[in-house]
Write a protein that binds this ligand. Sequence first.
Ligand code: SF4
Ligand code: SF4
Length: 286
Amino acid sequence: MNTTTIAVASGKGGTGKTTIATNLARVAEMQGFDVSYLDCDVEEPNGHIFLKPELEKTTSVFVPVPVVDEDKCITCGKCKEICQYSAIALLGKTVLTFPNLCHGCGGCVLVCPTGAITEAGREVGVIEEGIASGIKFVHGKLRIGEAMSPPLIREVRKKTTDGGLNIIDAPPGTSCPVIQSVRGADYVLLVTEPTPFGLNDLKLAVEMLRVLKLPFGVVVNRADVGNKAVFDYCDSESIEMLLQIPDDRRIAEAYSRGKLIIEALPEYTAAFELLLKGVTFAQPQS
Ligand code: SF4
Ligand code: SF4
């Protein structure tokens, strides 16, 4: 059986990324795909508002952070030197650690010549799993004030279903958390708006995906507002335009009520079916 992973990303927040990801997941489920929706937008997951899952399981996610045994430490400074994130410092004869900055790479443990460093788990967030009317639902929730989202995203990504269609809702932007979310996807859908800001962020996202060598296409939301620059750019770069969604007031209303577009406005179902066809050649499992 084929496993297909589609990531839905956007250069910036507020472009309708979750709207696309959740409607796509529902349409795929209606067509008989074995669908998993994985919300990697762990700072602000909101796919649950639209898919309304029954959550059944919560798991904490930890990153290993160093703990220094002062009795064994000879203050050689090797741990401080190797740490790329300034998460460990030497102040006089004392080693200070800054767990919030630590990426849990384990480098300091490896270089410590006296075995003075051990590791302790620091909780960065939780993963919640459940079922949303036939869709396997997973999201990560980063602890408030926590900056270290990639380890949590990595754990959400591990929940993909073998042999199924996995839809990843990526965080906005083009930094580490996004790369962690889209890595290994079979296709990336970039959601944008036809505005100067939309175009700017789209270009950055396209650059990122080209570096990652991932196939991608574009969905333009509120396609009839703004200007033509996004369309001209996609044309000139031969970027596939998969769907254009108009600025329909009823869509905004459905969104504000936590409704999927295809539930509130079934006339849009065919458009999402076409989008699904455009991003996967996989067949439903039933
Ligand atoms: S585990 Fe890595 S990131 Fe954390 S303090 Fe050690 S070297 Fe720095
Ligand atoms: S590497 Fe080990 S011995 Fe050296 S300063 Fe760090 S904790 Fe102390």
